[in-house]
Design a protein around this ligand. Structure first.
Ligand code: SAM
Length: 245
């Protein structure tokens, strides 16, 4: 079995009882950063049987080794630095490899920054698209244009030092009336949500951080609304008139 064990995205209490048990019972725990994982393990008195590192620089060789262990009948729990393994982190490569070998992959759900941000964003959660990290250069502009035209709510991950640039690009692509929610430092001491139109959020973020933004961020972008589509085709007045008749 390959268990994908979700771990906290900040608050160390955000972990399930099942996750704690499996981290002690599995033969191997593969983690992105062993020092990071040890903080969590100490907090909950977890003593893994064997701890190995698994990250984007050794993912190929380590995935092959872990695949051998799994084939030999070992159970492996994968944890990443934060949140749900496989969501915008190197664990997805291991999942693919395990499935190709016919090994059972079992999710052990818990915290995920995208879902935490979306759930409290105030945006429509009935339909949403997860974008994750945008490409840094090639294809970025086209991807952002696609997001601007998306009807569903969109969830985007971005590093703090690129967040202002991304907000500027979204403003250009979506216009000044589109709403967003910026979730920063989720579940941590300085957790905050900035909600409003894109220019409003930019203004508040810049006021707070005139230089570089601190803390991890998720952006939740309102979908292109019916009103906006109608506005574009100048039909709003016509609809209002219809309703009045
Ligand atoms: N696997 C993780 C998950 O389930 O959310 C995501 C890992 S990805 C490498 C890291 C990104 O997730 C960050 O750049 C940020 O966009 C988002 N993130 C993680 N922790 C966060 C937090 N506490 N507050 C806000 N965003 C967070």
């Amino acid at each position: 079995m390959l268990y994908l064990v979700a771990t906290p995205i900040g608050n160390l209490e955000d972990i399930s009882l099942r996750a704690i048990r499996l981290l002690q019972e599995t033969d191997i725990v593969a983690c992105e950063d062993t020092r990071h994982a040890r903080v969590l393990f100490e907090r909950h008195g977890i003593r893994p049987r064997r701890l190995v590192s698994y990250h984007s620089h050794n993912e190929r060789s380590r995935a092959a080794e872990l695949a051998d262990d799994l084939r030999g009948g070992a159970s492996v729990a994968v944890v990443t630095d934060a949140g749900t393994p496989g969501i915008s982190d190197p664990a997805w490569a291991l999942v693919r490899e395990a499935l190709q070998l016919g090994i059972d992959v079992v999710p052990v759900p818990g915290a995920c920054a995208a879902i935490a941000a979306l759930s409290a964003s105030g945006m429509d959660t009935t339909r949403f698209a997860f974008e994750g990290f945008l490409p840094l250069k090639k294809g970025r502009k086209k991807r952002i244009a696609g997001l601007a035209a998306e009807d569903r709510t969109v969830v985007i991950y971005e590093s703090p030092h690129r967040i202002k640039r991304l907000l500027g690009e979204l403003l250009e692509a979506c216009g000044p009336e589109r709403h967003i929610a910026l979730a920063r430092e989720l579940t941590k001491h300085f957790e905050e949500f900035l909600r409003g139109t894109i220019p409003e959020v930019i203004a508040r973020l810049t006021e707070k951080f005139p230089e570089s933004v601190k803390g991890e961020c998720v952006i939740v972008l309102e979908g292109r609304s019916k009103n906006e589509e109608l506005r574009e085709y100048d039909l709003v007045d016509a609809v209002d008139e219809d309703e009045m008749l």
